[in-house]
Design a protein around this ligand. Sequence first.
Ligand SMILES: Nc1ncnc2c1ncn2[C@@H]1O[C@H](COP(=O)(O)OP(=O)(O)O)[C@@H](O)[C@H]1O
Ligand SMILES: [Mg+2]
Length: 248
Amino acid sequence: MIEVRDLVVKYKNNKIFERALGPIDLTLDPGEIIAIIGPSGCGKSTFIKALAGITPYEGSLLMKGESFNYQKQRIGYIPQGYGLLPWKTVYENCTLPFRIKKMKLTEERKAHLEEVLETLELKQLTKRYPSALSGGQRQRVALARAFAFSPELLLMDEPFSALDAIMKEEAAEIFLKVWRVHHCTTLIVTHSIEEALYMGNKILVMYQNGTVNAIWENPLFADAHFREREEFKVLYHQIKEQIKRGRS
Ligand SMILES: Nc1ncnc2c1ncn2[C@@H]1O[C@H](COP(=O)(O)OP(=O)(O)O)[C@@H](O)[C@H]1O
Ligand SMILES: [Mg+2]
């Protein structure tokens, strides 16, 4: 479905290009959620930004065998901090991707948006501006906007990190609720091992140098009681050690 081949990102610092990411090779199956975790500064955001088309990269990114095309394909991106426009209402924020992509807001798309707003409990808030929303509500608007245009690939950079502990869990649950219906292929960056164990059907651990350290199948995926499972402690510890070993 999604193929990442020899992906490298270089940044120019003091007139010299330095490699911040890669080379990365990765294949994503349709509908899967990969949680990306790794030491601070290892290139997680860079990876997401390259896939989102907002940072130049070398290598190739393919969707169903074709090069990424941000006008044609539906690639959703939720940046750190959600990226909501403060001068637009909730509803206008949610319809923004259609306008950017010059996609008509058909009756069918409107109905789909209504359904997403309903699921995310945002129906009463559509006329509000982001400044009049709580952190959790803003987060849900960002999810609604992403799901509203039925992305084939959804990219999220630490989407829950600004929320308190309880809201984080609720937001993760809500995300999975929508994902169960729409099943879009998702990459989610997190710095929380627990979040990775709940939300990723696979967990990708990165090395400090911006390459892939390990990919794990996650037997605890989407299990509301994952912390009580026997594997939890073992996996938590293994991933933590893997991250530590990858720091250098
Ligand atoms: N715009 C930029 N220009 C130069 N260097 C950058 C830029 N953005 C990130 N970097 C560097 O690239 C590396 C990876 O950054 P980032 O992807 O933000 O890491 P992470 O999200 O894993 O914490 C870091 O060393 C960071 O300093
Ligand atoms: Mg980051």
